[in-house]
Ligand binder design. Structure first.
Ligand code: NDP
Length: 292
């Protein structure tokens, strides 16, 4: 029978565990982890996401700071804010909500964040650290995905994994993490010749392409574990909308050994991992171990 990997329950457990550790950190070291989120503009999806981050940060007992800037804010002003947050000892994590308005150069802003406060793990130094397997900050969505995979499968060593998508925020870091777990990793993308045949070889399929229900049941090796990162809003015949992943759940769930649903799979893990990274960095910046 196919296991549905419940990201909602997994992330609730993780957040509960983090709140417990934050309590110990406050009590033993008088350190309250602080997360600052910078939002430029009024993108509705980003606003929802930022609200949700703020709420969950506070629920974990951490300090949550939101900087909402007008869409016309200059790059210089954003960089000045980042500098102030870099120098603020009560802030241990800085997250700049992407995408930024077109007149702001994303890479310059991301790379201006202190690498030890870059809780999204997008700074070039953290990207480099991940690629050589050094200690650093791991991007939240791939981190949540690998946590669920390890929880479900135990050791991933020797398994064949395919990552569909090669973006800097999901596909590439995901592939690096699977490699670190000693998987044999294939990275597929829009130029891959026979995607279905490549997928059929894999014990683990991670789909991150942004194409609604692209991965079908007959692409999947029986018993494989499928992680669906995709979040796509599609229209029903009656005009209402719903969220679907990059995987066709109805057909894939008949073949896979385990699958993450959308919604309720990878999505909820992303914010939980953001809080995980913030706690880790609060400890590192204060020279103390993460409480057990
Ligand atoms: P990007 O658009 O940055 O990258 C998409 C990747 O998929 C590219 O590498 C592209 O290939 C590849 N691709 C696109 N079409 C095809 C195709 N037909 N066949 C094979 N490969 C294809 O997307 P992201 O990585 O940012 O996001 C991917 C999905 O994950 C989206 O649905 C997004 O909403 C979701 N997401 C979910 C998160 C969560 O919290 N759960 C967080 C972040 C993203 P090429 O490079 O050749 O163009």
């Amino acid at each position: 029978m196919t296991t549905i990997i419940d990201g909602k329950a997994f992330s609730a457990n993780l957040r509960g565990e983090l709140a417990r550790r934050v309590g110990i950190l406050k009590q033993n070291h008088s350190v309250t982890p602080g997360l600052a989120v910078v939002l430029v503009g009024e993108d509705p999806a980003s606003q929802v996401y930022v609200r949700s981050k703020g709420k969950q940060t506070a629920e974990a007992g951490m300090k949550s700071v939101e900087h909402k800037l007008d869409a016309a804010t200059s790059q210089e002003e954003v960089l000045k804010l980042i500098e102030a947050l870099n120098n603020d000892p009560s802030i241990h994590g800085i997250l700049v909500q992407l995408p930024l308005p077109k007149h702001i150069h994303e890479e310059s802003v991301i790379n201006s964040i202190n690498i030890d406060k870059d809780v999204d793990g997008f700074h070039l130094s953290n990207v480099g650290r991940l690629s050589i397997g050094a200690d650093g900050i791991v991007p939240c969505t791939p981190l949540g995905s690998i946590m669920m995979l390890k929880d479900h499968l135990g050791s991933l060593s020797g398994l064949k994994a395919i990552v569909l998508g090669r973006s800097n925020i999901v596909g590439k870091p995901m592939a690096a993490l699977l490699l670190q777990e000693s998987c044999t990793v294939t990275i597929a993308h829009s130029r891959t010749k026979d995607l279905a045949a490549e997928c059929r070889e894999a014990d683990i399929v991670v789909a991150a392409v942004g194409r609604p229900e692209m991965v079908k049941g007959d692409w999947i090796k029986p018993g494989a574990t499928v992680i669906d990162v995709g979040i796509n809003r599609i229209q029903n015949t009656d005009g209402s909308t719903k969220l679907v992943g990059d995987v066709e759940f109805s057909s894939v769930s008949l073949v896979a050994g385990a699958i993450t649903p959308v919604p309720g799979g990878v999505g909820p893990m992303t914010i939980a991992c953001l809080l995980h990274n913030t706690l880790q960095q609060a400890c590192r910046l204060n020279g103390v171990d993460v409480p057990e």
